[in-house]
Design a protein around this ligand. Sequence first.
Ligand SMILES: [Zn+2]
Length: 185
Amino acid sequence: MTNRKEPSRKTTGLIFADTGGICCICKKDIRHKNGVSADRAHIYGLNLGSARFNPNLSYEFLNSAENLLVICNDCHDLIDNIAPNEYPAERLLDYKYNHIVNGILEKWREYLRNFYDSLDAIPYDDITNTAEASGWLKKEMSIRVNQSNHLPPLFLEKLKKDMEGLMKDTIEDIDLYIFSDDESE
Ligand SMILES: [Zn+2]
């Protein structure tokens, strides 16, 4: 049996953009440093006989961003050849979820840090006026999440809970809006 065609360049570009240049399993820098290279790995294997192959899954799904992971070449070898049984699909999905969500949360932590730093820079009497003017006293926030990496619905629920936990002292009501780059095509 000949091997199936690999994912498109567009899908590959999409998942590489989500990594932040870090292997989502071992957290090594994979931006062509120290001889480490980034690999595109299938969570459920693409070809018959490959690691985590499941004959019930469609070719389209297998090559979609949802089923792909960006990792270093060492981890790719580990999950596909050295210890595939220790890396079932569920475990790899966890790595993918945590990597993406932590990236999103880190951006929000930085955003909130910058916000409080900016308050420090404002003379005390001006703080309330400034906060009111910028809507920060409303204690609610709408979050837009780019769903280009096609996280499963269960993961999105977890993401909302994680964000609410992170910002519970600041924001009372979070409205999570999921959008996709694909929508604009
Ligand atoms: Zn790695």
